[in-house]
Design a protein around this ligand. Sequence first.
Ligand code: NCD
Length: 309
Amino acid sequence: MVNLKGKDILDGGSLSREEIDCIMDVAGQFRAHLEKQRSLDLLKGNVLAALFFEPSTRTRLSFETAMHRLGGSVIGFSSAESTSVSKGETLVDTIRTVDQYADIIAMRHPTIGAARVAADAAKAPVLNGGDGAGQHPTQALLDLFTMQTELGSLEGKTLVLCGDLKNGRTVHSGVEIYKHFKMRLVFVAPDALRMPVEITERLRGLGVTVEETSDLAAALKVADVLYMTRIQKERFADPAEYERLKNSYILSRELVDCSNPRVTVMHPLPRVNEIETAVDDLSGAAYFRQAGNGVYVRMALMALILGKA
Ligand code: NCD
C-alpha cells in the first residue's frame, strides 16, 4: 500500500517502483479529468509556496498551474533578489518563515543539497524543483510519464541521454527512476561532461544496462527515445571551457531523417541550440508535450503528499 502523505521529494533515488507507479497512475487520472473539466477543488484551502531562488519557466509555472487546477492557492517568489535573502537572511530562516504560511513547499536553489536543508527546517513537505547540479526529481517523474505516454511499455526500450550529463540534474534524477524499468541506457557526452562515474557504476551494480559513447549519430540509430539536454552554462567555473563545449551536440532534422525518423525526442527545456527548430514538427518531437505533462505529474504529487489522492 503506497502512502506518500507528508513525504519530501528530494531526489529520484528515494522513490520505490510502487510509489512511482502510483504517481503515474494518479497523473493519468488527472489528465483524463482535465480533458473534461478545467479544474477540481481537491486541494481547496491549501497553499503552495513556490520558492525559486534560481531562474525557471516550466517548473515554477507548472507547479503553480497544478495547484490552481486543484483548487488551492499559491504564494512565492521567482528570484532571491526580491526577498530578504538579499538582506542576508539564511535559507533556514526563510524556510522556517514560509513554513508558517504554506502547506507544501516547492523550491529551486543553486546549491546542491539546499532542498534537504529546507526539508530538515520545514514541517511542510518539500518538493525539490532543482538544487544546483544535484537533483530534479519532479522533472524526472514527468519525463517518465511522457515516455510512457509516447511509447507505452518501456521494458526493453533504449533510452539515449545526450549532452551535459555531468551537471544536468534532470538526468541525475532520471536514471534513479529509469533503473526500475528494465531499459537499456546509452549515455552520450563529451569526455569532460560524462555522467559521474559513481552513478554509472552504481547503476551497473544494480544490473542496469549502461553504455557510454561520444557518438550521437551512432546512438541515435538504436534509440527509442533521445533525451537531449542543455550544456549547463551556469555550472562552469571557466567561461572558455563552456565556449569549447557549448556546441558539442546539435540535433538537426537531417540527422533524425537519415538515422531514425521514428525516434521520440525529448528535452527538459530550455533549449539553447541543441535541437534545431526544424525538428519541432517531427511527430516524435515530444518536448512541448513533455512540458505540458508537468502539470499532471505535479498535481499528482501534491494531491498524494497532502493526503488527498
Ligand atoms: C531543467 C533544469 O532546470 O534543470 N529545466 C527544467 O526544469 N525544465 C533543465 C535545464 O535548465 O537545462
